[in-house]
Design a protein around this ligand. Sequence first.
Ligand SMILES: Nc1nc2c(c(=O)[nH]1)N[C@H]1C(S)=C(S)[C@@H](COP(=O)(O)O)O[C@H]1N2
Ligand SMILES: [Mo]
Length: 408
Amino acid sequence: MKRRSFVHCSACASLTWVFGCGDDAAPPADSGGVDAGSDVGLDAPVDVGLDAATCPDPFTETTFVDVVPFVGAAGPFHVRTGQGWDGRLLSDLSLIPEREVMTNEDFYLRTFDPDLLDRSAPWSVEVSGLATPRMLSLDDLIASGVRDMGVHVLECSGNGPPTFGLMSAGRWGGVLVSDVLDALEIGADATALEVIGYDEHSVPSVGGHSTPGASWIFTFDQLRDAGAFFATEMNGMPLPNDHGAPVRLYVPGWYGCTCIKWVTGLRFVDATEPSSSQMREFASRTHQPGVPNLAADFLPATMDQAAMPVRIEKHRIDGAVAYRVLGILWGGYEPAREIVFSWGFDDFAMVEPCPVQMTNATWTVWQLDWRPAATGDYSLRMRLEDDTIPTRRLDTAYYARSVTIDEV
Ligand SMILES: Nc1nc2c(c(=O)[nH]1)N[C@H]1C(S)=C(S)[C@@H](COP(=O)(O)O)O[C@H]1N2
Ligand SMILES: [Mo]
């Protein structure tokens, strides 16, 4: 394991701390999920890339016993279920400590490649609205040159318990939206862009849960500030069809519902533009005040800072039982210095980033040594110490996870 560059952690508590999961984190344990007896070492804990000198790891001398499952979160993971709009693939978050990104096969899916999409004709993107109308070929769209856009975490705004499997990180390649806009003749009265995606499936959504029409309207400032890009590559490979090939929108830090797949149109609008059907469908899940009629009245659909455990391992050390809680921090716009892990009303431990959280673009892995006093059912919750950092979703106990502890 190579050493990574660390920010020195002067105040790592003896039992609790967090650590980053950098580029040289250990390779994936396997692709089949984490069960007792899987590649997650039975005798030795997994080396997750913790720098022993900077952030000592109390689990190097322990004996791994078992993974303690989260209640109801058995999956199935990494298998396609449903069809069309209701097509889903859940990612197994317990693999994250060994993964910088999800593989393209394991990356979550929300809506499958539309069966009515005709890929035989060359792809084109229609420029319309308050701009000189034009048909852009794929080559026109990526004329500024496809670049590495870095690793970003994507989370469906409808991601939820018990698996929270509609979340994954990937390394994306593409072109900045702002570079594409620079090459267009946009009317002086235009203030915003509607990014439109293909959205027709032969099979209707069961119970009408998903409404037809995929588009999101962004102000030019929002796109520029977020570093929004059109992605054509995912983890060094051409974008898979299910993930929006040949081109999807990616808005770093915003929920997945804004990251329009199979982009077919760029429509320029002004502040009088009504919100789109997709924006209205996802209004509550993106924390809007009601369902704004105007796109301009939508808040940015950003993911606030959040945290949750993703894997709990039971270990033995000197006859005692210790639980290794591995978790993630993600979302938000500034690093969290202290997070609080609680398992009961009066029972909590402070987790200090060690090394500090380096990025909000993707997840940061943390761990702690948890020694509950009694056996029983626990609801594990996180919160941030710093109340200047917005944590709208975390604050509602949304990311609480249940475990049953049978030995202490
Ligand atoms: N055209 C189109 N784009 C779409 C959707 C869709 O249904 N149609 N779903 C959105 C939602 S709700 C999410 S969470 C992300 C999921 O991206 P993924 O399937 O690549 O993980 O795509 C978004 N882009
Ligand atoms: Mo979503």
